[in-house]
Design a protein around this ligand. Structure first.
Ligand code: MIG
Length: 716
């Protein structure tokens, strides 16, 4: 083991000869001599780390995962997995995010930069033991220090590089379903949003827009006027966002297949022949995203859709998901034939079942193909968790080449830390279950810690049928996630805002409108988080420290000014909240509601009817919002509202930029600095404006600690 000082807070320990994953951008150069602290180490074919957790230690992190914000009490496997059944007994989902923080008797962060399987037993076998098994002997382990958990997270976010920034329209509402199968269906859906006065910025296209599930092809039958429709809808403010799958259909005459074969851009089996798997298109080859040239080639393919007016994509099935492989199915037939020679009994029946059920996403398959990387031929299993990451990278590098100053929307299903620099993620195939609403809430801060700030879950749930109450409550959470998309599976009921009754439609419309009103705040906080390597959505314990906050997992901080406490149980018209300090409760029915109340520090019960949600403004903080519009392009925001809860002094920086170009990277943006001070009976509001923005006036509402309301109009 060698050690390297990355910076004053981070040390990298290099075990063996790790594969370069490109997840970290600052790795430290000169070797140093720093002891590997905290863990008992066990080196062999695998690296094992053991740590004794204190009784009250909390383990934060592991990104997209099941269970709580505190990961204690379960066992997790870092191995990107396509499993649409996110039950509490699962161990992995689609992402592999190997960063965690131990907070307790000792406080430190750990990032394990290793692209194959890692097992985290966080007090599962033995209550107080954290035992990590890295399936290999070559890995980089980073130990990250900081005064507080928040600082540790920031110090980690700094070494992995600034996160992806989507175009501003990607903060609008996105409607999706598997599928809106024809251009007529898509167009009338977009028009329906407009006619019903429900804001919407995009519609996702699922598999059916393609010709026979072929990437970068279009169905002549279902989307004969793809470009025309795309452009027409775009002129109305609704963008079309097509899906791209990892597998490339094997079909003579299909250009992508033929080019890939000719250039050797597909992953190969042990004999060097393109590996054959089956996914939606039927038999496919997988592009070798670990191969620089293949990545470049695939990335440029997005151009054919971009040329037709497309500005955003979602990349799916890139764990990669495998329904079966050709080898796997042949083995299965052989096994079944063998079973057939014997008399069927219970034993052979279960063997038969296992043969069939074991066909998808099998480890044999993941061990059965190879990549051509810069370091030579590598077995897939060794780098499994990098596949989705590199598909995201392929797309992002393609966009860069196609239009280098333009921001494209991109979100992926599989991911690894590092991919956060290239795109966002959605959390895959959840279900329309109340359990998945709370799971969504718990996942958001963990994902943020791992760098994926542009993220969100399928609002209302993907699998199974949603009821109207769950749909409303879910929207009340999702408006606070940067990626706000309603998506559902084939065979489930419709769950667009107007798929229920009048009450539900009106309620969800008001919630979506609130989201649009809030975009000035959300975007400002998003960009400040990216620029300062911070999280956007945090657990309370990242800002407050008392005996209760460390256990709160159902209230979250969104940006620096607000706390949310969504209702996540059925038939509830309220909930308990814990306030670590006095806060201003805004009970929101509509963005125009004026239902404000100062709530005292401590445990409180808050009534929240189905058409209300709670937004808490922290003490000495401000929340800025404007008027909603049909889509983000139409947001006016010449007049903004500032709602401030002030005990003595509050300060806010409202960031904005053009929302479309990459000039923010050069510092191109505007800032409105607002300071409010209260002294005895006198209040002062100072506004400093720099850079170009359209804001002309601020309608300031100050609510004092005693609940006194002061309003003032301020010119900018
Ligand atoms: O095997 O494209 O997670 O969002 O609708 C299912 C169809 C494939 C999985 C994605 C989901 C998408 C679905 N896909």
């Amino acid at each position: 083991m060698k050690s390297y000082i990355v910076n004053k807070n981070v040390v990298r320990y290099e075990f063996g000869k790790p594969i370069e994953t490109y997840s970290v951008i600052e790795k430290g150069v000169s070797e140093s001599d720093i002891e590997f602290k905290y863990f008992q180490l066990n080196l062999g074919e695998e690296i094992k780390l053991k740590y004794n957790m204190g009784k009250k230690d909390i383990v934060y992190g592991l990104g997209e995962n099941i269970r709580g914000i505190n990961k204690r009490g379960w066992i997790y496997e870092s191995f990107c997995t396509d499993d649409p059944n996110h039950a509490p007994d699962k161990k992995s989902l689609y992402g592999a995010h190997n960063f965690f923080i131990v907070d307790g008797e000792k406080r430190f962060g750990v990032y394990i930069d290793f692209p194959s399987k890692i097992i985290y037993d966080v007090g599962y076998e033995k209550k107080d033991k954290l035992e990590i098994t890295i399936e290999g002997k070559d890995a980089d382990i980073y130990i990250i220090n900081g005064e507080t958990v928040k600082e540790i997270a920031q110090n980690f976010l700094k070494i992995i590089g600034k996160g992806y920034v989507p175009p501003k329209w990607a903060f609008g509402y996105l409607q999706s379903r598997w599928s809106y199968p024809t251009e007529e269906a898509v167009e009338s859906l977009a028009n329906e949003f407009i006619e019903r006065d429900i804001p919407c910025d995009g519609i996702c296209l699922d598999l059916d827009y393609m010709d026979n599930y072929k990437d970068f092809s279009l169905s002549n039958e279902r989307f004969p006027n793809f470009e025309e429709v795309t452009r027409r809808l775009k002129s109305k403010g609704v963008k079309i966002i097509p899906i791209i799958d990892a597998g490339v259909k094997i079909e003579d005459g299909y250009d992508i297949y033929e080019e890939g074969i000719e250039k050797g851009y597909f992953v190969t089996d042990k004999d060097g022949k393109p590996f054959v798997a089956a996914v939606w298109p039927g038999k496919v080859h997988f592009p070798d995203f670990l191969n620089k040239d293949a990545r470049k080639w695939f990335g440029k393919k997005y151009k054919c859709l971009i040329d037709k007016g497309i500005e955003g994509f979602w990349n799916d099935m890139n764990e990669p998901a495998i329904f079966y492989s050709e080898n796997g199915i042949n083995d299965a037939y052989r096994n079944i034939d063998e079973l057939r020679t014997k008399e069927l009994n219970i034993d052979s029946f279960f063997k038969f079942k296992d043969v069939v059920l074991g066909l998808s996403n099998s480890m044999n398959d993941y061990k059965g193909f190879y990549h051509k990387t810069e370091d030579g031929i590598v077995n897939h299993y060794e780098i499994h968790n990098l596949y989705g990451f590199n598909m995201t990278k392929a797309a992002a590098e393609g966009f860069e080449e196609i239009d280098s100053n333009k921001r494209f929307l991109l979100f992926s299903r599989a991911s690894f830390i590092g991919a956060h620099r290239y795109g966002g993620i959605w959390t895959g195939d959840n279900c329309s279950w109340w359990e998945h609403l709370i799971l969504n809430m718990k996942m958001l801060p963990s994902i943020n810690m791992c760098g994926f700030i542009y993220s969100g879950a399928d609002t209302c749930g993907f699998g199974s049928n949603v009821d109207s109450e769950l749909a409303i409550r879910w929207n009340q959470l999702s408006i606070f996630a940067p990626l706000y998309r309603n998506h559902s599976s084939m065979g489930t009921r419709n769950q667009e805002p107007f798929a229920f009754d009048e009450y539900t439609e009106k309620t969800i419309k008001n919630i979506i409108k609130f989201r649009y009103a809030m975009i000035p705040y959300l975007y400002s906080e998003y960009m400040k988080a990216i620029n300062s390597s911070d999280m956007l959505i945090k657990p309370l314990s990242f800002e407050y420290d008392d005996e209760f906050v460390s256990q709160i997992e159902d209230q979250l901080l969104v940006g620096d000014s607000i706390m949310i406490a969504p209702v996540y149980e059925q038939n509830k018209s309220g909930r308990y909240v814990y306030l670590p300090e006095d806060m201003l409760l805004w009970k929101v029915k509509k963005y125009t509601s004026k239902d404000f109340d100062v709530i005292n520090k401590g445990h409180n019960y808050i009534n929240l009817d189905l058409n209300e949600f709670a937004l808490f403004i922290r003490k000495n903080r401000m929340f800025v919002y404007g008027e909603p519009a049909q889509n983000t392009e139409l947001l006016n925001n010449e007049t903004l509202n500032v709602l401030a809860f002030v005990a003595d002094r509050a300060e806010y920086d409202l960031y904005d930029d053009d929302g479309i170009s990459k000039e923010y990277l050069l510092g191109e943006h505007s800032n409105i600095n607002i300071t409010i001070t209260l002294e005895e009976d006198k209040h002062t509001i100072v506004v400093k404006n720099s850079g170009n923005n359209k804001v002309k006036e601020l309608l300031v509402t100050i609510i004092t600690a005693e609940g006194k309301i002061i309003t003032e109009k301020v010119n900018v």
